[in-house]
Ligand binder design. Structure first.
Ligand code: GTP
Length: 362
């Protein structure tokens, strides 16, 4: 079976993390996000994947290549200007062989059972099947109403509080017949949610829901990206398991001083050094090549690669991207720090700061 993954968005809400790193290459527990998505499709026997990328997405191509090492084959379609969710899939039509296919937003981490979803789609002879998941606050999402047989009756994009009639939202995974693409103009910005699904529903096409309450998280914002890392470390998804029952995993050539206090859950990448009496509290991820100095405290934070946190620094509820230097005894709380940033020693960064790449602060 074929799939199209949409990975050509700008990721503006994820800034400043997404300035130098495409959303799909964000490290999630030290593995680029897109790798989880591809491996999951492969496990569901989806072996040919079209990656709908933009011209900014060379790092994705460099990392994924032809897909062989993930057990799939990959084709890339590149958009000169963004074509929107439907326009991007239309652009991939020639690679879909006229067969039922899966389309998915490339920024969603989920345990959704795609095989069961495909089976339901075929049993119902649906034109489109849309995965739905429940959320607490649906106002930021596209709501989907269904009848008692699971057939979709109405779409409601980003509703106001008074309009909310369901907490089931579009989970960004679709099974489709290729003739759906006939209603989409070529090389034109076009949206499934706004311009394809509602008119097809009006025409009476069979569009069904596949509701699920499995793990689901989009990484659209730094907060959600952080939450996904936390959730995986806390065992919320079946796609991540600690092998050691201590819930602490340490990569090759990493050295944690025997006096360091790591309560876990924590994942430490390769070639890291954790100094004397360093303390980790809560869910902590440390990327490869990073150093945590003596007596530094890292709490509920995600640190990317080649970051140096000098002795006595305190990092809480923060994300620190590649190649940053945090000076000794500095304090970083609720911050999002992009790549190549230096925070000088003894500096108390204002809580909630977002720091753009290549800056020196202090
Ligand atoms: P924001 O700029 O923060 O809204 O992020 P985004 O650009 O990624 O948009 P959004 O979160 O709505 O996109 C959902 C998914 O669709 C993401 O995986 C995007 O990469 C993808 N996507 C959005 N627009 C396009 C597009 O024009 N072309 C392609 N190929 N993918 C897109």
């Amino acid at each position: 079976m074929n799939a199209v993954i949409l990975v050509g968005g700008l990721g503006t809400r994820l800034r400043p993390l997404s300035i130098n790193t495409p959303k799909s290459m964000m490290p999630v527990v030290n593995i680029p996000f897109i790798e989880y998505v591809i491996r999951r499709l492969s496990r569901h026997n989806i072996k040919h994947i079209v990656m709908a990328i933009s011209h900014l997405a060379q790092p994705i191509k460099n990392y994924i290549g032809d897909g062989r090492r993930f057990g799939v084959s990959i084709t890339y379609t590149v958009e000169d200007t963004a074509l929107g969710t439907a326009g991007a899939v239309k652009n991939a039509e020639q690679y879909l062989d006229g067969e039922t296919f899966v389309a998915l937003n490339g920024d969603i981490f989920t345990d959704l059972d795609i095989s069961a979803m495909v089976a339901l789609h075929k049993r119902r002879k649906a034109k489109i099947t849309i995965a739905l998941i429940p959320v607490e606050d649906p106002t930021f999402y596209g709501l989907v109403e269904t009848d008692d047989k699971g057939r979709i009756t109405r779409f409601l994009e980003k509703p106001s509080r008074e309009q909310i009639t369901t907490n089931m939202i579009n989970a960004g995974t679709y099974i489709m017949e290729t003739d759906v693409l006939n209603s989409i103009p070529a090389q034109t910005m076009f949206s499934f949610e706004k311009e394809v699904f509602p008119p097809l529903l009006q025409k009476g096409e069979p569009i069904y829901a596949f509701p699920s309450s499995c793990y689901w998280m989009d990484i659209g914002t730094p907060q959600k990206y952080h939450q996904l890392n936390r959730d995986l470390l806390n065992g919320e998804s079946n796609q991540f398991n600690f092998t050691a029952n201590t819930r602490i995993s340490s990569g090759k050539n990493s050295n944690t001083h025997r006096t360091a206090e790591i309560t876990g859950p924590a994942v430490i990448g390769d070639n890291c050094t954790i100094g004397q009496k360093a303390v980790f509290n809560g869910a902590v991820v440390i990327g490869s090549g990073s150093t945590i100095g003596d007596g530094a405290i890292v709490e509920d934070s995600v640190i990317w690669q080649n970051v140096e946190i000098e002795k006595g620094a305190i990092i809480k509820r923060s994300i620190i991207a590649d190649n940053c230097l945090i000076g000794s005894k500095s304090t970083i709380v609720d911050a999002v720090i992009s790549d190549n940033v230096t925070i000088t020693a003894d500096y108390n960064l204002k809580a909630g700061s977002k720091i753009w790449p290549d800056k020196t602060i202090g």
